[in-house]
Design a protein around this ligand. Structure first.
Ligand code: SAM
Ligand code: SF4
Length: 337
């Protein structure tokens, strides 16, 4: 234990919480069809925690044993002055209190920020990219431009950032592209992870029409590639396989076909200071109130303890034709992917 640290966060199932994901904004410059509806109502700006408050909350979690911190959103890199938060959080890397500071981004702003991220101590980033076809990219993101994201990836690699590509596997959309995307990613020394679509928030279409089980994807990929089960771990829920032919890792995040909850080490904080103990459950704790109530962190630490003591065993996701409502009403952009 570090000298200044407090007791670690252990949930009722004995899981130790060492990973915090923070959604720094619910806003985004894209409107991915599986994530958002076209006309989203976002939080009033006044409801958001300031960057200083986000820093104070993150720092409190680091004192309680968080070793890995991921900023996400919405699109984290569209929040004004977000580099100030990265820079300030970087101090915990320097002291060794924090092992890793990272970000999940759609890549649209990376050409601008890659150098700054590296300077703040960020070493690895996740870039979400579902297709390498410019027209399809526009279709799936509604507002995005593929060439900007590819420029961003170039800039990030030039800045020395290690990139993992995240792609949502979507039925009748990118099924045929998954193999070429593995070849592309591994050819550029990037690992790639596929994600099943999750029933989070109202969207314009039906999720059952988008859902592609990754068990099917893996079986199909195995006809072209030798996928060897790998012990590779990134602290996340992905199961990894090494592709012998292309030499990189292929991850599968299967919240629906495989329950990844047993080893869950994470909690998620929204930009309004609400703590979700599980991505797939409604229960949450308000940390903004204790944060603002006093300059001391005592009430905040108590609220964190109460929240962790309620962390549920797992989620209850299901996608089928009879379930019309999303399993969880809030969008992924609120809780942070
Ligand atoms: N805007 C950033 C991005 O796209 O990387 C960060 C936030 S985004 C919500 C994080 C990840 O969640 C992305 O990889 C996105 O593809 C994924 N995602 C969003 N909605 C999803 C859903 N309903 N099911 C599965 N993945 C989803
Ligand atoms: Fe924005 Fe990311 Fe959601 Fe796409 S997945 S709309 S980029 S938050």
């Amino acid at each position: 234990m570090l000298p200044h640290s407090l007791p670690p966060m252990i949930d009722p199932f004995g899981r130790s919480i060492s990973y915090l994901r923070v959604s720094v904004t619910d806003r985004c410059d894209f409107r991915c069809v599986y994530c958002m509806s076209e006309n989203m109502t976002f939080l009033p700006k006044g409801d958001l925690l300031s960057l200083e408050e986000l820093d104070r909350l993150c720092s409190a979690f680091i004192r309680r044993g968080v070793r890995k911190l991921r900023l996400t959103g919405g699109e984290p890199l569209v929040r004004r002055d977000i580099m100030t938060l990265f820079r300030n959080l970087g101090r915990h890397l320097e002291t060794g209190a924090l092992e890793e500071l990272t970000v999940t981004t759609n890549g649209s702003q990376l050409s601008r920020f890659a150098g700054d991220l590296a300077a703040c101590g960020v070493r690895r980033i996740n870039v979400s990219l579902d297709t390498l076809d410019a027209a399809k990219f526009r279709q799936i993101t509604r507002w995005g431009a593929l060439d900007k994201v590819l420029e961003g990836i170039d800039a990030a690699q030039r800045a020395g950032l290690k990139i993992k590509i995240n792609a949502v596997a979507l039925k009748d959309f990118n099924e045929d592209e998954l193999l070429p995307m593995i070849r592309w990613a591994h050819g550029r020394d990037m690992d790639i992870t596929f994600i099943e679509v999750m029933p989070l928030g109202e969207i314009d279409g039906q999720r059952v029409d988008q859902y592609l089980p990754l068990s099917e994807v893996r079986a199909r990929l195995s006809q072209a590639l030798t996928l060897e089960a790998s012990s590779h771990r990134t602290g996340g829920p992905a199961r990894y396989f090494r592709s012998v032919e292309t030499g990189g890792q292929v991850g599968f995040i299967t919240p629906l076909t495989h329950n990844f909850c047993e080893s869950c080490n994470r909690v998620r904080l929204t930009c309004t200071g609400t703590l979700y103990m599980c991505l797939g459950q409604e229960d949450a704790a308000d940390l903004r109130k204790p944060l603002r109530a006093s300059e001391s962190d005592d009430a905040l630490m108590e609220a964190i303890d109460r929240a962790i003591s309620r962390k549920p065993k797992g989620h209850d996701f299901i996608i089928d034709r009879t379930t019309k409502q999303p399993a969880v009403g809030r969008h992924m952009s609120v809780t942070g992917g």
